[in-house]
Design a protein around this ligand. Structure first.
Ligand code: PMT
Length: 222
């Protein structure tokens, strides 16, 4: 029987990929399956929390029946949904892989094949974690992720500070059994106070439990 340490707490989690439409039949996205976010949602629900999962299209759903799922497609939609739920959330976990850029214009009709090359103009999407990091209150906790391919620790620590996270979970594309798609992950978790822990390659359910353990050790009173 899992501990019931999160009874009465409201948890907000983003998970899965965003899709940025190019035209009615095409989009820009990434390889996120939503497995990591679903595992975190299940862990919190198992420990008694009220869980709201803002989920990108096609992402894996959690198993716990009590979790509220809010389906979204684009980064803008994810931002709007997360913003509306955030003020009352005790803990927010940003596990989604949000597209950093989206097509400037969505073509109304399917774009026809023409020349040998084509250009799509992209514009920056809102950074959900950064934007809500500025709104974070003293009694709210933010946990971010960093998915990196090089200079991992440097980039993760930079994001921890810039996005005002209390914890950041680094997964590297260079580690096998880690990151997108797989049922396992290998992480380093950095906390705002400078401490860190490393995991082995473990099932995402166990990585989720480790993240919850780190959250419980934070000095923030929620
Ligand atoms: O879904 P799975 O297949 O199980 O894979 C899990 C995962 C690899 C997607 C997950 O563990 C993970 O690392 N998620 C974050 C991926 C990512 O986009 O990382 P990033 O380094 O680009 O972003 C840093 C942080 O800012 C993340 O918390 C991200 O959710 C957040 N962000 C980024 C961009 C943006 N526009 N808005 C955001 O909120």
């Amino acid at each position: 029987q899992p501990s019931q340490d999160f009874v009465g707490k409201k948890i907000l989690i983003t998970s899965g990929p965003t899709q940025e439409a190019i035209d009615p039949v095409r989009y820009i996205s990434n390889h996120s399956s939503g497995k990591m976010g679903a595992a975190i949602a299940d862990s919190f629900a198992d420990q008694g929390a009220e869980v709201h999962l803002v989920l990108g299209k096609g992402a894996v759903r959690p198993q716990h029946p009590g979790i509220t799922i809010h389906s979204v497609v684009s980064a803008q939609e994810m931002y709007e949904k997360v913003s509306s739920l955030h003020p009352s959330a005790d803990i927010t976990v940003f596990a989604a892989a949000v597209a950093d850029y989206a097509p400037k214009n969505i073509a109304e009709e399917k774009i026809k094949k023409a020349g040998d090359a084509m250009t799509i103009e992209l514009v920056k999407n809102v950074d959900i974690a950064f934007s809500l990091g500025k709104e974070k209150k003293w009694n709210q906790i933010h946990v971010g992720f960093a998915l990196e391919t090089e200079n991992e620790e440097f980039h993760a620590k930079e994001k921890l500070e810039k996005k005002n996270f209390d914890l950041i979970v680094l997964n590297s594309m260079r580690d096998s059994g880690a990151g997108f798609q797989s049922d396992t992950n290998k992480v380093r978790i950095f906390s705002g106070d400078g401490s860190s822990i490393n995991s082995e390659v473990l099932p995402k359910s166990e990585i989720a439990q480790l993240i919850l353990k780190c959250i419980k050790q934070l000095p923030v009173k929620i």
